[in-house]
Design a protein around this ligand. Structure first.
Ligand SMILES: *[C@@H]1O[C@H](CO)[C@@H](O)[C@H](O)[C@H]1NC(C)=O
Ligand SMILES: *[C@@H]1O[C@H](CO)[C@@H](O)[C@H](O)[C@H]1NC(C)=O
Ligand SMILES: *[C@@H]1O[C@H](CO)[C@@H](O)[C@H](O)[C@H]1NC(C)=O
Length: 377
């Protein structure tokens, strides 16, 4: 056996009795001092951050009990408890270059999200959900080389959505309940979940934004200002299971027959969609929930809808649908829950749950269907 040189022994012994890298300690100090001390309750995690001890050295008896995890002498996770902390997030957080997880959700942090945060090369999970962060996001997140989950929902972010298209790692993006504006840019191609509910996004659903997304399963875009026709390619995305496009300004919908599809639920209610109910929806093999309520749809309810055995929920109320509802819904075998009310249907028996809500007054129906629209001269 060759003897181990003394210098290596020395290195080994210093890593064994490891103390936290000093730039990590200074980052943690800055992070704690950016929190308003009156909002740090005695029982909270941050109250136990007492820098007379070393943050990463174990065992943690009274100090650094929670809100951080280390690997050797580096901080790898910053996970605040929901104690109601207010204040800001220190830009020195970017010194914690070994961070894989940041979760500060359900607090009252405000001010901008430091741009430096978006340079953390190992960050996989960034959750700032339900705080009061404001300002804009950087134009691209391409510097977050490992990001998988990005959830900054329920804050006050403004400006446009960042370009995520260069990320191959991002699978979950939730920026719902902010004040984001502008169109949906090109998206990360490995996304499984996209949630942008309740912002002020505008523009069309563009093929180029979604074109390479083969895994997308859940799309939540409700409560925005998206316009145009919901195009048929949108529903043909191969992984798609749940789509919520309700409460936008869509004016049309195109549905073509899929080769195969896992689409289970579609909500396109509360838009301005005109035309007839798309029969092709029934070609989606496992479709179980469909809402097109409160649009401007005309024509009859297709017979095929009543024969669609996978369908459990069907909301078509608040349109201008005419004719008699298909017999199949009233055969006693149908277990569809939903509503056909507030339309112009003939003989929708109010003894049936689907017809509980009454139909529109005939004067309104006459004007909408067949009644000539007078042009002002
Ligand atoms: C930090 O810990 C030291 C030693 O345990 C203690 O004397 C001091 O009061 C603590 N500081 C705070 C702010 O709790
Ligand atoms: C969508 O975009 C892709 C690639 O950009 C293209 O190949 C495809 O034909 C487009 N589809 C439609 C329906 O425009
Ligand atoms: C139904 O789908 C077929 C095939 O995809 C398409 O040719 C047809 O135009 C669709 N019908 C409607 C009303 O969109």
């Amino acid at each position: 056996m060759t003897p181990i040189p003394a210098v290596i022994l020395l290195l080994l012994s210093t890593t064994a009795t490891t103390t936290t890298l000093s730039s990590d300690v200074s980052a943690l100090k800055a992070i704690k001092s950016a929190i308003n001390p009156t909002t740090i309750p005695p029982y909270s995690c941050l109250a136990s951050w007492n820098f007379t001890s070393d943050p990463c050295s174990t065992p943690h008896v009274t100090h650094f009990l929670c809100a951080l995890s280390c690997s050797a002498n580096r901080v790898t996770q910053l996970t605040f408890d929901p104690a109601g902390y207010s204040g800001t997030l220190s830009p020195l957080v970017s010194q914690l270059t070994e961070l894989t997880t940041i979760d500060l959700s359900d607090n009252k942090l405000s001010g901008p999200i430091p741009t430096s945060l978006f340079s953390l090369p190992n960050l996989q999970t960034l959750i700032l959900r339900t705080n009061s962060f404001s300002g804009t996001l950087p134009p691209t997140i391409s510097t977050l080389k490992s990001i998988q989950t990005l959830d900054i929902s329920h804050n006050s972010l403004s400006g446009s959505l960042p370009d995520t298209s260069s990320s191959l790692t991002l699978t979950r993006l939730d920026l719902s309940f902010n004040k984001l504006t502008g169109p949906i840019p090109k998206l990360a191609r490995n996304l499984l979940e996209l949630a942008l509910r309740s912002n002020s996004l505008s523009g069309f659903l563009s093929n180029s934004s979604f074109s390479e997304l083969t895994q997308l399963e859940v799309v939540e875009l409700s409560e925005n200002f998206l316009v145009g026709t919901i195009p048929s390619w949108f529903f043909l995305q191969p992984g798609l299971q749940q789509v919520n496009l309700a409460n936008n300004k869509f004016t049309g919908i195109e549905i073509s027959i899929p080769v195969d599809s896992d689409l289970v639920a579609v909500d396109a209610g509360y838009n301005k969609i005109t035309g007839c109910l798309p029969v092709n929806f029934t070609a989606y093999p496992v479709l179980s929930s469909l809402s097109l309520r409160y649009n401007v749809l005309h024509g009859p309810i297709p017979e095929e809808y009543s024969r669609k055995s996978t369908l459990r929920r069907l909301f078509l109320d608040g349109n201008y649908l005419t004719g008699m509802p298909p017999e199949g819904f009233f055969s006693g075998k149908s277990s569809v829950y939903g509503s056909f009310g507030d339309n112009c249907l003939k003989s929708c028996p109010t003894s049936l749950q689907l017809c509980l809500k009454s139909q529109k007054p005939s004067s309104i129906c006459r004007r909408a269907n067949g009644g000539k629209v007078k042009l002002k001269s």
